[in-house]
Design a protein around this ligand. Structure first.
Ligand SMILES: CC(C)(COP(=O)(O)OP(=O)(O)OC[C@H]1O[C@@H](n2cnc3c(N)ncnc32)[C@H](O)[C@@H]1OP(=O)(O)O)[C@@H](O)C(=O)NCCC(=O)NCCS
Length: 168
C-alpha cells in the first residue's frame, strides 16, 4: 500500500519571519509579546515570577537609544510580535536577552533573532555578549553555543552567566 504523505512538507522553522528594530518607547509591542508568554517562559526570561510588567519595567524594556538596541520578530499573517531580542551596551560588552511567544518556540525564531542581534553587535564594535540564564534552559544554552566564536560559563549564585565572544 502506498504511503500517504501530508499535502505540504512541514518545516520546524517559521516561514516569513520579518525582523525590525523596536521604536523607542513602543511599550505596546513589548506588552503584546509578554502577553504571549506563559508563566514558565516569563520566569525564565526574568529570573523569577513575573505575572505582570510595571509601567517602569515596560518603559525600561521599550527604551531604544545609543546603548539599547531591540529587535522584534513578526511572522506573516500575525499582527502581533512573535519574539524580541534586546541588547544593552556597556563599552565593548553587551547584556543580551531573548523572548519568543510560547506558541512559536522551538521553531528557529529565537536563534534567528539572536543571530541578527549578534551581527548588529559586531557592526557596532561589541566584542562580548553576556547572557544571564536562570534554571534549566536548554533552548537558550543551545542558541548561545552557536552565537559567537567562543563561549564560557560561570555560576553567579543560582544563575549562570554566559560570555559569548564575538571575535575581531
Ligand atoms: C529561549 C528562547 C528565546 C529560544 O528561542 P526559540 O525560538 O524557542 O528557540 P530555537 O527554535 O531558535 O531553538 C534554539 C535551540 O534550542 C534547541 N531546542 C529547541 N527546543 C528544545 C527543547 N525542548 N529542549 C532542548 N533544546 C531545544 C533547538 O534545537 C535549537 O538548537 P539547535 O539549533 O542547535 O538545534 C525561547 O524558547 C524563549 O523565549 N524562552 C522563554 C524565555 C527565555 O528563556 N529567555 C532567555 C533568557 S536569556
Amino acid at each position: 500500500m502506498p504511503h500517504v504523505y501530508p499535502r505540504h512538507m512541514q518545516s520546524r522553522y517559521v516561514n516569513g519571519l520579518t525582523i525590525r528594530s523596536l521604536r523607542d518607547g513602543d511599550t505596546d509591542t513589548v506588552s503584546s509579546l509578554f502577553a504571549r508568554m506563559g508563566q514558565s517562559s516569563r520566569e525564565r526570561r526574568f529570573c523569577g515570577a513575573k505575572p505582570r510588567l510595571s509601567d517602569l519595567e515596560l518603559s525600561h524594556l521599550a527604551r531604544v537609544d545609543r546603548d539599547h538596541h531591540v529587535l522584534v520578530g513578526f511572522v506573516d499573517g500575525d499582527s502581533e510580535p512573535v519574539g524580541i531580542a534586546r541588547l544593552v551596551r556597556d563599552g565593548s560588552s553587551a547584556e543580551i536577552a531573548f523572548a519568543v511567544a510560547d506558541d512559536l518556540q522551538s521553531r528557529g525564531v529565537g536563534s534567528t533573532l539572536a543571530s541578527v542581534l549578534a551581527d548588529d553587535a559586531r557592526a557596532a564594535g561589541i566584542t562580548q555578549l553576556v547572557a544571564t540564564v536562570c534554571g534549566d534552559n536548554p533552548r537558550v544554552v543551545a542558541l548561545l553555543k552557536r552565537l559567537g566564536d567562543s563561549l564560557s560559563e560561570s555560576w553567579q549564585g543560582r544563575e549562570r552567566e554566559f560570555l559569548v565572544g564575538l571575535g575581531p
